[in-house]
Design a protein around this ligand. Sequence first.
Ligand SMILES: [Zn+2]
Length: 125
Amino acid sequence: MVGDFERLAQEFVNPEAVLHYRVCGGQDARGRPRLHCNVTADVEMLCQRCLKPVNVTVKTDRLLYLAASEAEADRLETALADEEIDVLVAGQTLDLAGVVEDEILLNLPLVPMHDDCNMASAVDV
Ligand SMILES: [Zn+2]
């Protein structure tokens, strides 16, 4: 639940919203460790126009490479040369909840809004 994620709980109207996430560890062809991060969340945010809740669906599907240090992360980023792939600096422990949180926060709309606020207020949720 969103309520379990401290940073997310501040963003959403409904802390009981359910997040679905699956993070698979693996390696690429060269044996470099990476995570396949798959997150889906249906949440409610405040519409920035009428200030009523608006449903927002967040979907992410991304590859994250893992690096042991900043220096290694820089090298990896240069080697991969792919804007779509992120390199994560992770030590012995990896904060998975933090990774999932970042994924969602990065994919939230900056200014959540209804397509049509008049429609939304007519239904009056
Ligand atoms: Zn609105």
